[in-house]
Design a protein around this ligand. Structure first.
Ligand code: ADP
Length: 621
């Protein structure tokens, strides 16, 4: 193909997504770095529901007390009524016991119900704020992160917070209360029997330690294997076309099975070992039961305590280990949710795109005069990408940026759109320093037709209307006509109401571009930024695209990252960029006469174009 820059840029056309959205460093670990600070931030959200939280807290305390009261009343029933054969008293007490259990259930139900309400409302607010905030972040933020990672904050991490608020918060608190309450009551009833009950705790500690030391590694491995498998699945499905095109299905399947097998092995051992935990608890429970029964029996025989106390005690001992176990479990989920919340707050706290300068103006109209004055720029603190860029474009002119891949052409366009600001020098638009113009107002006057145009999963009509949301159906069709898109659209079964699949699936690459051009016609920008496609498109569509583009460029200032010789020849000004510097400038004729870099570039492109003409692709020049 007669592509000027691809002739030199031997690296070939880069992935357009990476081109505009860039580099992708690694992910963050799952642990919270500053749990207390994160908790305070969650609290800031929860504060709106202080009244409800107070009610919930009251219910948690009530349910814990009622839960402890049950076994105690059973003991009282035995000692005071059963042994003295007082049936009326016994019935009364049993009624009281029934009321206690009913109230217990009601309070548990209410606290859960209310907490779910609080959790859902909190998370609803958090999720919406996160979404709004994500749209305020500068392009640089997206460049340094994977889309999947950002999405997972909106979904997984928020869901984690939601789950924890739903249940763990309450359970953690009620387990703690129950445990402390139970221990206090047990000590009050019989310090000796409490000691007997506690004697199983060291065994429990050693047993749990033994199990977790084994499971810990396997759980981590399981998580790692799961992450690997997920990544692999995501990659193969998003690259499904490539997988099919290169007939890689069997290789991909084999790799999947290998990863799946690893997950199976780690899953097996982590589950097998952790399956020991309930068994161990059971054994210890039974052990403590026998110990209490034995020691308690001896104490009763010796008149040191009553049967009721022993019964109450065995009931407490049976439940004693549960809150301990719950505490450990809930604490883990709690920590992972805090880590999730922390990731959410990291986004919420990321600096929004710089606020417009105070005296920034809104431009009602834009002539499209551009002036770059000695502009230098570096991404981050790295080597400068642009050095001393100087050029002047009069309103309505077309400037073609040409040069090898990586020369800095896209960067110039990004500076012009104010996705970044220059490190040195100034850019003027209609005589205003770019930093003195409100970003929104600037971008309103700019239109973009990029190599890969993003289309939404919506009708063609709405996709075009995206250029100007207030446009009528007639205006949409007019724009499509100007863009040479009308004729193919009306041939589709549903015409303008054809719903495009994800990212324009269902129509060809060239047709996608025509829709993007229609969008730009509708927006009718004063300044057009065009990144010419390097991918090949069938001859007829290509001609239609070129014709539509030249029509679009008429009367507007256009900055074109140019690959087509035709476009370059027509440009009022050609800037040849290499290594972030303008090395030659002029129009086609004057640059050819210079016999410099452009001359070589042009002739090699032309030779290639001729070869293609012979091969039957004459349309490009
Ligand atoms: P061109 O459009 O001419 O192909 P670019 O303007 O995209 O070139 O890139 C110019 C240089 O800047 C290249 O070396 C590229 O690797 C680098 N670059 C582009 N975008 C980024 C970024 N977001 N962060 C760091 N370096 C970047």
């Amino acid at each position: 193909m007669a592509r000027l820059s691809s002739n030199l840029g031997r690296t070939g056309a880069r992935d357009p997504v990476v081109r505009w959205s860039g580099r992708q460093p690694g992910k963050k670990g799952p642990r919270a770095e500053n749990a207390m600070a994160t908790l305070r931030k969650i609290w800031a959200y929860l504060q709106a529901f202080r009244g409800w939280l107070a009610l919930i807290l009251f219910m948690v305390i009530a349910s814990s007390v009622l839960g402890l009261l049950g076994p105690y009343l059973v003991g009282v029933a035995i000692d005071h009524f059963l042994l003295s054969a007082d049936s009326i008293g016994l019935v009364k007490l049993l009624l009281l016991l029934a009321a206690v259990y009913v109230l217990y259930s009601v309070s548990v139900m209410l606290q859960n119900y209310w907490m779910i309400g609080v959790a859902q409302k909190t998370v609803y607010r958090m999720r919406n704020e996160l979404f709004v905030h994500l749209h305020k972040l500068p392009v640089a933020y997206y460049i340094s992160r994977q889309n999947g990672e950002i999405m997972s904050r909106l979904t997984n991490d928020i869901e984690n917070v939601s789950q924890t608020l739903n249940s763990s918060f309450i359970q953690l608190f009620s387990s703690l209360l129950t445990f402390v309450g139970m221990l206090t009551l047990m000590l009050w009833l019989s310090p000796l029997l409490t000691l007997v009950t506690l004697s199983v705790v060291p065994f429990m500690y050693v047993g749990m330690k033994w199990i977790t030391s084994r499971t810990g590694g396997y759980f981590k491995e399981q998580q790692r294997n799961l992450g690997e498998l997920n990544g692999f699945i995501e990659e193969t499905f998003s690259g499904q076309k490539i997988v099919k095109a290169f007939s890689q299905e069997s290789r991909v399947t084999a790799e999947f099975i290998a990863k799946s097998k690893k997950l199976k092995a780690s899953g097996y051992w982590s589950q097998a070992y952790s399956g020991f935990i309930p068994k161990l608890m059971n054994v210890l429970n039974n052990m403590s039961f026998s110990l209490i029964a034995g020691a308690g029996g001896i104490m009763v025989i010796n008149g040191m305590t009553s049967i009721g106390v022993i019964v109450t005690f065995t009931e407490y001992a049976r439940q004693f280990i549960r809150p301990l176990n719950d505490l450990a479990n809930q604490f883990n989920t709690f920590l992972s949710a805090i880590a999730g919340a922390e990731r959410v707050f990291q986004v919420l706290e990321a600096e929004p795109e710089e606020i417009d300068e105070q005296d920034a103006v809104s431009l009602q109209t834009l002539q499209g005069e551009i002036h770059f004055v000695n502009v230098s720029f570096a991404y981050g603190g790295e080597e400068p990408t642009l050095h001393g860029i100087d050029f002047h474009v009069k309103p309505g002119q077309t400037v073609a940026l040409v040069g090898p891949t990586g020369a800095g052409k896209t960067t110039i366009v990004q500076l012009l759109s104010r996705f970044y600001d220059p490190k040195e020098g100034h850019i003027f638009m209609d005589g205003h320093d770019l930093t003195g113009i409100k970003r929104n107002s600037l971008r309103q006057h700019m239109g973009f037709v990029l190599q890969e145009s993003f289309l939404f999963q919506d009708t063609i009509r709405e996709n075009i209307r995206y250029g100007k949301l207030t446009a009528s159906d007639e205006e949409v069709e007019q724009a499509a006509q100007l863009a040479n898109a009308h004729s193919f659209i009306v041939k589709l079964p549903d015409g303008y109401d054809t719903v495009l699949q994800h990212d324009g699936g269902g129509i060809s690459q060239g047709q996608k571009q025509l829709i993007a051009i229609a969008r730009a016609f509708l927006a009718s920008p004063s300044l057009l930024v065009l990144d010419e496609a390097t991918s090949s498109i069938d001859t007829i569509t290509e001609l239609k695209i070129q014709e539509a583009l030249y029509r679009l460029m008429e009367g507007r200032t256009s900055i074109v990252i140019a690959h087509r010789l035709n476009t370059i020849r027509r440009a009022d000004q050609i800037l040849v960029i290499e290594d972030g510097r303008i090395i030659e400038r002029g129009n086609h004729q004057s640059l050819l006469a210079e016999r410099g870099f452009y001359y070589g570039l042009y002739h090699s492109a032309e030779r290639e174009a001729e070869a293609e003409t012979v091969m039957g692709d004459p349309a490009r020049i």
